[in-house]
Design a protein around this ligand. Structure first.
Ligand SMILES: Cc1cc2nc3c(=O)[nH]c(=O)nc-3n(C[C@H](O)[C@H](O)[C@H](O)COP(=O)(O)OP(=O)(O)OC[C@H]3O[C@@H](n4cnc5c(N)ncnc54)[C@H](O)[C@@H]3O)c2cc1C
Length: 602
């Protein structure tokens, strides 16, 4: 097995027509040992980052608490209104947006953009577009759940409704979104126009795949409802990953599923000599029921939740979960296995899961809402870098109830120098790669970045009637590898979030180079980078990674050119200073795609 794997790699290196692929394969074949790097001298920003915890504890945490409380009051106020009242308010707000759009003078006012401040969002990009001239449209009033329809099993949400708000409303009704991205603050609008996924995505796909209808205000002020099979079906499929560059989303109807009170979670440790061994354990933990048997629709026995955490190149914990009712938990004498992981003093979830490496495989029952938000308190493991002692028992007991600091406030208080430091010395990336390439991707990431822990979360990538920006590998239906079905290829989100090994060891690390290499690896291997993260992609490479055909058609058809900025411009890495942004503004207002476009019909 090993011989044939090595041989096939050698053949690929030797005969690959692309020099870049040859370089990458060569790098991968040597991936057992990370690169050796020279030591790096500390500069003043290192100390700012090291002692940032002081600012966080004394300023960010109290302010976060106040903001959480204000959000909660807003939510309670909204809950006291009937669905009808909320809908009336929604319609009034739509009229306000249309009036605002009518006021715009395209030649003077710049391109349309939501008025949301970049620091408020969860995404990490150093954006240009909000620092340059643009025409702001305020969507901040669109933050209500408009309806929970238990017959149609649909929740109607405005775009600023966040995941915490949705689970608070639906879980007590034993309902949930089919896909609930973990962090409380992630918004419906951001997850649709960007991307989102979760431990249930191996069944339901990405967040946008569970949406059944969008309400969108086009650049000319028309309000349209786009569904899979109405006259706007092209727009429906073009919206995900478009970053709000096709229209302003004002409402989404999203699929709900029935849930139970607990999630029965199985923690299985996997140890191995190589990352390939760990990948095998990960795939075995969930992929056996699919594809292999050609029984596409036999999903009866599929576990509802899957994730794997890789702690180092030799150890991982694979978790699989299914819903369990209170009766089931109580009747089988399992009440001792209930773990309320959401309590403020409990160990962080990734550290709790890690205990499986010592104690061996175990099962426990977690209240469902707490399971959905299991990574919120520690932002996976990012908080360990910000507050290195916040995982200690004394901190959890004393101040754990104030956690987590709001990402928006962390961003607002980090100053430009620290933000640029994170761009260069920190990795926060989600790589979507075909399941059969996960092992190669991990080897590559180990050699180039050495970021641990690593989050593995499988997700289906559907083959849609239109070729969307993100799409499965051509011909995957014929190959039918593990996890694949005739209508979707199984992918995996590889979440790399932390300071890379070299940075922790005080060695030189070139973040831009590493990200750029990663992007080329993804392009060569039919992978995708999520757009909230820092990117080094040139425009040409952006469109090598993402398919632009449908997007481009919709830009023309729906009057976006000259009105909304292009998705590449919105996603590209930002310039570092305001001055640079202003200077480059005109040159970058539209992409090559836009330049090809003709004036619209509107
Ligand atoms: C620390 C961290 C943790 C994360 N954890 C997860 C996770 O657990 N699961 C997960 O799936 N993802 C996660 N992400 C990534 C996240 O999916 C993206 O950031 C996503 O885009 C949602 O963020 P947001 O709600 O702040 O959206 P924003 O950044 O506000 O929006 C994303 C894009 O959508 C556009 N947009 C938003 N609303 C509208 C609208 N109404 N009309 C038109 N355009 C609009 C925005 O202009 C922007 O271009 C994480 C990111 C970070 C940094």
């Amino acid at each position: 097995m090993f011989v044939s794997h090595t041989l096939s790699k050698c053949l690929l290196i030797e005969f690959s027509p692309c020099p870049q692929a040859r370089r990458l394969f060569t790098a991968m074949s040597e991936a057992a040992t990370p690169l050796v790097r020279p030591k790096r001298k500390k500069v003043w920003v290192d100390y700012l980052v090291q002692f940032r915890w002081i600012l966080i504890i004394f300023l960010v945490l109290p302010m976060s608490l106040t903001l959480y409380f204000l959000d909660y009051l807003r939510e309670v106020k909204s809950r006291h209104k009937s669905y009808k009242q909320r809908q009336i308010k929604h319609d009034e707000n739509i009229i306000k947006v249309i009036k605002r759009l009518k006021k715009r003078n395209p030649s003077k006012d710049g391109l349309i953009c939501t008025a949301r401040n970049p620091w408020v969002t969860v995404g990490m990009r150093n954006v240009d577009y909000k620092r340059a001239r643009h025409f702001k449209v305020d969507l901040s009033a669109f933050s209500n759940i408009l309806e929970i329809d238990q017959e149609r099993m649909i929740i109607k949400c405005e775009p600023l409704v966040n995941m915490g708000q949705i689970t608070r409303a639906t879980v007590p009704m034993n309902l949930a979104l089919a896909v609930v991205p973990e962090l409380d603050d992630l918004t419906v609008g951001g997850l649709i126009n960007g991307s989102g996924l979760e431990g249930s995505s191996h069944i339901y796909g990405l967040f946008a795949d569970i949406v059944v209808a969008y309400e969108i205000i086009l650049a000319d002020g028309r309000v349209v409802r786009a569904t899979k099979d109405n006259e706007y079906s092209d727009l429906f499929y073009a919206i995900p990953w478009s970053q709000g560059t096709l229209g302003l989303l004002t409402c989404a109807e999203i699929k709900l599923v029935h849930i139970k009170e607990f999630v029965k979670l199985n923690y299985k440790p996997v140890k191995g000599d190589t990352l390939n061994d760990l990948t095998k354990g990960y795939i075995d933990s969930f992929a056996r029921e699919f594809g292999d048997d050609n029984n596409d629709d036999d999903e009866q026995n599929v576990v509802e939740f899957v994730e794997t955490l890789i702690y180092n190149p030799h150890e991982a914990v694979c978790m699989t979960g299914s819903f369990a009712s209170r009766e089931e938990v109580m009747s089988n004498g399992n009440s001792m296995k209930i773990n309320r992981i959401g309590w403020w003093f409990k160990p962080w979830f990734y550290q709790h899961a890690q205990t499986a490496l010592m104690r061996g495989e175990f099962v426990e029952y977690i209240p469902t809402r707490e399971y959905y938000h299991r990574h919120t308190r520690s932002y996976f493991w990012e908080v360990k870098l910000l507050l290195p002692f916040a995982d200690q028992w004394w901190f959890r007991f004393l101040l754990g109830w104030m956690m987590p600091p709001k990402i928006s406030l962390l961003k607002a208080t980090q100053f430009e120098a620290v933000r640029n430091y994170y761009h260069d010395m920190h990795v926060l990336q989600d790589l979507l790669v075909p399941l059969h390439k996960v092992s190669d991707a991990l080897e590559w990431a180990h050699q180039e970045m050495e970021v641990y822990p690593i989050w593995l979360c499988p997700h289906r990538l559907y083959k849609h009637p239109y070729k969307t920006m993100v799409y499965p590998e051509p011909g995957f239906e014929q190959e039918r590898r593990r996890g694949d079905t005739a209508y979707a290829q199984m992918y995996t989100d590889i979440g790399l979030y932390y300071a890379p090994g070299p940075v922790l060891r005080g060695e030189a690390f070139d973040g831009s180079r590493a990200v750029s290499q990663m992007e080329h690896w993804l392009i060569e291997n039919h992978g995708f980078e999520t757009q909230y993260a820092v990117s080094e992609l040139s425009e040409k490479d952006f469109w090598r990674m993402f398919d632009g055909e449908l997007y481009e058609k919709c830009r023309r058809k729906y009057g976006c050119v000259g009105n909304f900025m292009s998705v590449y411009y919105k996603s590209k890495k930002g310039r570092k200073t305001e001055k640079e942004v202003q200077e480059a503004e005109n040159a970058y207002l539209e992409t090559a795609y836009a330049k090809l476009d003709q004036p619209t019909d509107y």
